[in-house]
Write a protein that binds this ligand. Sequence first.
Ligand code: PMP
Length: 396
Amino acid sequence: MLDQLPLLPADPILGLAAAARADDNPNKVDLTVGIYMDEQGLCPVFDAVQRAQRQLVEEETTKAYMPASGDAAFNTGIQKLVFGEDSAPLLAGRISSIQTPGGCGALRIGAEVIAAAVPGAKVWVSDPTWPVHIPLLGSVGLKFENYRYYEPDSHGVNFDAMVDDLKQAQAGDVVLLHGCCHNPCGADLSLEQWGVVADMAENQGFLPFIDIAYQGLGDGLDADAAGLRLLAARLPEMIVAASSSKNLGLYRERTGATLFLCRDGNSAAALQSQAQVAARRVYSMPPAHGAIIAGKVLTDPALRASWEAELQGMCQRINALRSQIRHQLEAATDRDFGFIEREKGMFSFLGLSKEQAQKLRNEHSVYMLDSSRINVAGVNARNIDALAAAVGQVVK
Ligand code: PMP
């Protein structure tokens, strides 16, 4: 029975990362996978996370299952982190959440709850979006429609086209939005544009589903959540999938949350129960380690201050790199790369063709996706010259 199943091709992003690892060129540049890397090319553990982890190891008395909703401190912490300490709907008891295995788990549980409310609901996704959105949401039977978003010519959001497409979104439909630091294009909505999306959601009745996986890595923790909070202040309902992979560096610990903004407290309790039952049929209880650590970091003042300072340093480094990459690429080519500085977060499309991206890989050991998406945080003082020189060669 099982031997009829074929070997599947490697995931395109993970497959490229494996090819980069296997390349024995000592000057190779790997800008494929979306993990934060420091100046040494390492994905660091936050100091606050290390301290919280030591506390956890000392205090832990059991490995019994977590509650179905996950760690209580983590839930409180992530609700405040996403919606804001003094969020009116939070203070009114209109928000509930459950801890999930990473942002992927959060997206999947959000999708399960949506499918329970409206089986086969239509989800509007940006063109392009993070490719994993499709299997995560599609596997529960949700259907997709694209809305136009990124415009390669201007290297920015074509907001008029987005609004035009979303005019067709109706009550019972879901609109998936990247909370900040759009993956893969790095082009985000302005606050004014978030306001237009809020108007449309109010008038047309669609449900916003916000994926926020990079809070704190664009302009800072509060600024990156400002669009989402604007919607939360005005709309009756919304779902948020939050990830602690990047901003707490907990990637492999699989830590995230699905958060529900509801009409009232009763509905918030109902949605949490729906999410718990959905989780029970997929994986039962969430993993403990990452969420207990995140709960400590988010709620202990000293750990929190240390974490925020370190995160701010990463954010500043990314933004400084954006400016350096822009200037070095402009010096190596006759193109305008000013857009790299206008974008937010870890990603940018360099605007190269698939052939050029492949040539960079094959002839220069510079690895980026075929779409020319780079992980900005993978650039450092040791590889930026090689990157610029190689790009200069292939666009000649
Ligand atoms: N959403 C987006 C847009 C992402 O880029 C990622 C991570 N690459 C996630 C969600 C989920 O990440 P994780 O499951 O690792 O927390």
